[in-house]
Design a protein around this ligand. Structure first.
Ligand SMILES: [Zn+2]
Length: 138
């Protein structure tokens, strides 16, 4: 595909350098049946280096995952070859089934049917804690 001429899709810009692959994996972009381009280590006057992901297709994107991995990203919605909308991402207050608690004694580890819920405990440091055992994410 010509990555500069997306007709209908998304350009996820200002991704923290090195994080594009993590977004790609967590959102399972490999399973999409439309072209996806990752451009890494792009020079940015604002950020030094950044990653960009371009998706040439109208698909559902979970912005919370992007907000968790790279909260400074912007998502441009492309319609008919032009930017139709721009969303600034923020760290979500709550992550449901996006990451898993690593505490072996946590109820989410021992019980199968419980949602993995993390709450933003410190917005400045972007720290998340398990809702059940308060273990910090990662
Ligand atoms: Zn836990």
């Amino acid at each position: 595909m010509n990555i500069d001429s997306i007709q209908n899709g998304y350009v996820i810009d200002h991704i923290t350098a090195g994080k594009a692959m993590q977004i790609y994996n967590m959102l399972d972009f490999a399973s999409l049946d439309c072209p996806v381009a990752m451009i890494m280590n792009v020079h940015s006057s604002k950020m030094g280096k950044k990653d960009i992901i371009k998706i040439d297709g109208e698909v559902e994107i979970n912005l919370e995952v992007i907000g968790y991995i790279s909260p400074d990203s912007t998502v441009n919605v492309i319609k008919n070859g032009e930017i139709a909308g721009k969303s600034h991402i923020a760290p979500p207050e709550k992550l449901i089934d996006i990451i898993k608690c690593k505490n072996p004694r946590c109820i989410t580890t021992t019980e199968q049917d419980i949602h993995h819920v993390f709450l933003l405990s410190n917005a400045k440091k972007r720290e998340y804690r398990c809702r059940y055992c308060e273990a910090m994410a990662r």
